[in-house]
Design a protein around this ligand. Structure first.
Ligand code: GRF
Length: 196
């Protein structure tokens, strides 16, 4: 059984989708959900699903990665899924969980990624650029923002002049398909790896 931790800072729709998709999985289980924001929507969503959310203050994420590593160990976590998590993952955690931390980004990386490119900022930039398609990307987390190796992507077509809100809705739908697929693929690679 691969045990995943989900880290989220926002509404938590990707976190909820992962929890419900894998609820009865024989190979994958959610062992921990953590946030840096007690008021984040993800807390309420998980409450409805009967899952506790560990609230960890911003300074801990930045200054005390050892306590986060200890928590991951305590919960026997094999893999970390970032689902709208807006804090940097400390390099010592990235090192310890090499190729075991993944993130979803709401564009076709490397386009519209990097510093400041999150939430509606991404979809506004996409709309202004007048590109014909956008989408979502799942990638491994490295020490470069949005820079880790790409695992999988979903593409959506944009109609000329489409507004950021409408683009965001399409990308959100694509994320609901993409993230469970990528989570399952990475979990299965980790499971195979630990057999060898
Ligand atoms: C998603 O668009 C994801 O791509 C990005 O943050 C957003 C999280 O949304 N990293 P939600 O909190 O899962 O609803």
């Amino acid at each position: 059984m691969i045990r995943i931790a989900i880290f989220a800072s926002g509404s938590g729709s990707n976190a909820e989708n992962a929890v419900t998709t894998f609820r009865n999985s024989p190979t994958l289980e959610v062992g921990l959900v953590a946030t840096n924001r007690a008021e984040a929507g993800v807390v309420e969503r998980m409450k409805r699903l009967g899952l506790p959310v560990k609230v960890i203050a911003n300074n801990v994420w930045e200054e005390d990665p050892q306590s986060i590593l200890a928590l991951l160990e305590e919960n026997r976590i094999d893999m970390i899924v970032l689902a709208g998590f807006l804090r940097r993952i400390h390099p010592s955690i990235v090192d310890r969980y090499e190729r075991r931390i993944i993130n979803i980004h709401p564009s076709l990386l490397p386009a519209f990624g990097g510093k400041g490119m999150w939430g509606m900022n991404v979809h506004r930039a996409v709309s202004e650029a007048g590109v014909a398609e956008t989408g979502a990307t799942v990638h491994y987390v490295s020490n470069v923002i949005d820079g880790g190796e790409i695992i999988d992507r979903e593409t959506v077509a944009i109609t000329p002049g489409e507004d950021p809100e409408s683009i965001a809705a399409k990308v959100h739908e694509a994320e609901m398909i993409l993230y469970p697929r990528a989570i399952a693929a990475v979990a299965s690679a980790i499971a195979k790896d630990s057999l060898t």
